[in-house]
Write a protein that binds this ligand. Structure first.
Ligand SMILES: Cc1ncc(COP(=O)(O)O)c(C=O)c1O
Length: 346
């Protein structure tokens, strides 16, 4: 006897990366930014007036919408605020997918997509990437109602040229959602396509580049006709009053943001080079993590040995990933600690 819908009963749900309780750990497993958010964010949170908490928040979060519109040189009606990028993914599936309207995406990719599809009772069309992680041409010809391209892709850290995504949007009769959660660490993005395609949605997150994973804030960028439809599906008050102000301050402090991104890119280079010297196969990364393939050693065993020393990286027991470790780029000190530990293990 179950109270749940059949597909929920069958579902295993999403497995988030391990969040250790101890403070004294080297946490390189969930792609958080290792540096704190802009001091302006904390000042904004401290100066919140009780009145702001007493009332319901602005349903459209216009303070952030305006900041994002200025930043992207668009009008605010191109923006919808969300309770993290994951909230937008859920809204998109609810908006476009059902048992007769499948979801398509290339694999391997963000493991939340199939989980959301299962909750929404929609089929998934999974098309494998080739070994260089190029956009699979077959994606344009599916009968999916929604196609998601994670760019930069997780967990491969690879990047697809926006011109190729433009061709996909052009050839598709369906909605194409580009998940740009990690785009702050890449050299290009898809924003310039937004005025050309009425079937394109871009997901942005404040969790990674802006160090606000704990705040839960993300946003959608799309033509106003699509935003209007998505707004019907979101919770009325999906972003809270504190988060709106804090996220807007983070976005406005581009000087602090750029310094942070520069440090992470320097550390990404260090980590990649050191891992290659240790005989890992590490493709160049366009994100704040690297995917390191173990040529001889067993990846799962390395992951377990690191965890015993309170150094956490991510291991996926999945086809094409089970010989690899996904390692978040940490601070200089964290990365050095990881490399020293790997030196002893290998
Ligand atoms: C590929 C990808 N998309 C979206 C998200 C959602 O990020 P958030 O909900 O923290 O904004 C994540 C989080 O890890 C991610 O890895």
């Amino acid at each position: 006897m179950t109270y749940f819908r059949e597909n929920i009963e069958k579902a295993v749900g999403y497995t988030p990366g391990f969040q250790p309780k101890e403070a004294d750990v080297t946490k390189l497993n969930t792609n958080e930014n290792p540096y704190p958010p802009s001091p302006k964010v904390l000042e904004a949170i401290k100066s919140i007036k009780p009145e702001k908490l007493r009332k319901y928040p602005d349903p459209l979060a216009d303070e952030f919408r305006k900041a994002a519109a200025d930043f992207l040189n668009l009008s605010p009606d191109y923006i919808m605020c969300c309770n993290g990028g994951d909230d937008l993914l859920k809204i998109a599936l609810q908006s476009f997918c059902d048992p007769k309207r499948p979801l398509a995406y290339p694999t391997p990719t963000y493991s939340l997509y199939p989980v959301l599809a299962q909750i929404q009772s929609c089929e998934t069309i999974e098309i494998p990437f080739d070994d260089e992680f190029n956009l699979p041409p077959k994606l344009a010809g599916t009968d999916a109602a929604l196609t998601i391209i994670c760019n930069p892709n997780a967990p491969t850290a690879s990047f697809i040229n926006p011109d190729e995504i433009a061709s996909l949007a052009d050839e598709s009769n369906t909605v194409v959602l580009v998940d740009e959660a990690y785009v702050d660490f890449a050299e290009d993005n898809c924003i310039r396509l937004i005025k050309d395609f009425d079937n394109l949605i871009i997901l942005r997150s404040m969790s990674k580049g802006y160090s606000l994973a704990g705040l839960r804030f993300g946003y959608a960028v799309a033509q106003p006709s699509l935003i209007k439809g998505l707004l019907k599906v979101k919770d009325s008050y999906n972003v809270d009053a504190v988060a709106v102000t804090a996220a807007a301050q983070a976005l406005k402090d581009q000087k602090y943001f750029s310094q942070n991104i520069k440090k992470i890119k320097q550390q990404r280079k260090y980590l990649t080079e050191k891992l290659r010297l240790l005989n890992f196969k590490v493709p160049d990364s366009c994100a704040n993590f690297v995917l390191a393939a173990c040529k001889k050693q067993n990846a799962k065993q390395i992951y377990q040995k690191l965890a015993k020393q309170n150094i956490y990286v991510r291991y996926f027991d999945l086809p094409r990933l089970d010989d690899k470790l996904r390692i978040t780029v940490g601070t200089k000190q964290q990365n050095e600690k990881l490399i020293a530990a790997l030196n002893k293990i290998i």
